[in-house]
Design a protein around this ligand. Structure first.
Ligand SMILES: Cc1cc2nc3c(=O)[nH]c(=O)nc-3n(C[C@H](O)[C@H](O)[C@H](O)COP(=O)(O)OP(=O)(O)OC[C@H]3O[C@@H](n4cnc5c(N)ncnc54)[C@H](O)[C@@H]3O)c2cc1C
Length: 454
């Protein structure tokens, strides 16, 4: 086949680089692929740049690669169960391929829910591969070098600010930083566009959705807290499932533990729309061991009219700003009887969070519209199983902004009105590494068979 069409990928996150790899592995000329990212290449990307740069949020995450179609967002909806597993296999294989020592990847595949959980929670069972943040950096460098060697062009520190779907062009600004503190602007034309901006591009995705009045699929609210406690209390469950998913279901609310980190587990600040929310990651190196466990306790609330605005309002109410200096002090941290304080990040700084006491909890319950009690109840019930007493804390809030999911053609994830614009990863409906990568590969497979001049 002769390929001549120019592919522009906006976002060098998990989905974007998986698409590029699949393309060049199948003889798509790298010179015809341009990847534009507002962050840095993997050699100079700093640990504080959690969300941007080569491999995106996945590149500085905990690197837990889940392997189940019920986890990590929508995949089988587009391509069916069987194809979804094929794509997830390919996605995981890419991370193994660039790993300096694949034998170091941990794998867990729990088979049965233990009896001590049953009276209180359901436990979702699924396989997971665990890479760890430090190995992700090494994988990122190797993956990047491979793509560069294949001729793929990268534009770093370059933020796409406009896309004209009709003219087939993207407009960008380049942050030249010091010693050139001015911004430079430019255009790039495309034949096919892969839109892979992840969560850090959520506001941009929203503006495109508004400008082009893109039809969307309905979404629910996903909000909660990041829970943290010494690992010893959870060890009996961790031994069965590293990234355990406890869940409870009520009429219009379901709760689940989300993204568990252990051994060398750190709480991470995520900044979206200028507000602080929380997440977590784990390191592999023994020097980082802190014997802590952290995970999100997330509620999915159905029936809220404008879930996106509702979640943003809650997040804003849980953020504290210094009234005089207007400095953002972060989200909130609560530990019963102040028995714990916010932990250190993996870089040794305190996690940015404003400590609160019992008397502030009623305000938080109000901010969460009466749903916060579900989380408190979840923690009470965990306490019955794991007996951690007061030895825990929570960072408020953790949120999954489910960006409005554009309606796409399920065969190629392209907008119905603009069939050469493909949405992938978290910018579409993914919520994890394996599925984001699988989206990218799915689109690449489509392009390999359909975008040719022959
Ligand atoms: C702290 C943390 C821990 C996580 N841990 C896990 C985990 O263990 N397992 C798991 O499965 N998932 C985890 N996740 C989620 C996972 O990282 C994401 O689901 C995944 O990275 C999404 O891939 P993506 O390609 O869609 O977006 P991303 O990987 O976020 O990449 C998007 C890229 O687009 C770029 N970008 C954004 N806007 C623009 C623009 N306008 N112009 C140019 N470039 C732009 C960004 O710089 C970024 O590089 C974690 C996330 C975080 C933040």
């Amino acid at each position: 086949m002769k390929y001549t069409k120019k592919i522009v990928i906006v976002g060098s996150g998990v989905a974007g680089i998986s698409a590029a790899l699949k393309l060049v592995d199948n003889n798509y000329p790298g010179e015809l692929i341009t990847i534009i990212d507002k962050g840095n290449d993997p050699y100079i990307r700093k640990p504080s740049e959690v969300m941007t740069g080569f491999a995106g949020a996945g590149g500085f995450s905990d690197g837990k690669l889940t392997y189940h179609t019920a986890i990590g967002g929508q995949l089988s909806k587009y391509c069916g169960e069987e194809k979804a597993y094929d794509l997830m296999d390919q996605s995981i294989e890419m991370w193994k391929r660039f790993h300096p020592d694949p034998s170091k990847i941990m794998y867990s595949d729990p088979q049965a829910e233990p009896d001590f959980i049953k009276p209180y929670f359901g436990l979702r069972l699924f396989p997971v591969y665990h890479i760890g943040t430090d190995y992700l950096h090494e994988i990122g460098k190797r993956w990047y070098q491979y793509l560069v060697d294949k001729g793929v062009k990268f534009a770093w520190n370059t933020e796409v600010t406009k896309i004209d779907f009709k003219e087939q062009s993207v407009e960008f600004k380049i942050d030249l930083k010091m010693p050139f503190p001015n911004k430079s602007y430019g255009y790039e034309f495309y034949d096919e566009l892969i839109f892979a901006v992840g969560k850090s591009g959520i506001d941009f995705a929203q503006s495109l959705s508004d400008d082009y009045k893109l039809p969307t699929e309905p979404k629910s609210v996903q909000i909660g807290v990041r829970f943290e406690s010494p690992q010893k209390y959870f060890q009996k469950l961790i031994d069965i499932s590293y990234d355990f998913k406890l869940y409870q279901k009520y009429e219009n609310v379901s709760l689940r533990s989300f993204c568990t980190n252990n051994n060398a587990a750190y709480v991470a600040v995520e900044e979206t729309y200028g507000d602080v929310t929380y997440n977590g990651h784990a390191k592999k190196g023994e020097e980082f061991r802190n014997d802590m466990t952290n995970f999100g306790i997330l509620m999915e609330i159905k029936g809220i009219e404008d879930p996106f605005k509702w979640s943003r309002d809650v997040v804003q109410e849980c953020n504290v700003t210094n009234a005089q200096t207007e400095e953002k002090l972060g989200g909130l941290y609560y530990s019963p009887n102040q028995s714990r304080q916010p932990s250190n990040t993996s870089e040794g700084d305190k996690v940015k969070a404003h400590e609160i006491q019992e008397n502030v909890l009623p305000l938080i319950r109000t901010s969460f519209g009466g749903y916060f009690e579900y989380i408190e109840d979840f923690i009470d019930q965990m306490n019955k199983v794991f007996e951690f007493g007061d030895d825990w804390g929570m960072y408020i809030p953790e949120v999954k902004y489910l960006s409005p999911e554009p309606l796409v053609n399920y065969t190629n994830l392209a907008l119905n009105e603009y069939p050469n614009v493909h949405f992938v990863g978290d910018a579409l409906s993914a919520r994890g590494i394996t599925v984001s990568g699988a989206h990218g590969i799915y689109v690449a497979e489509y392009l390999l068979t359909n975008v040719t001049n022959d």
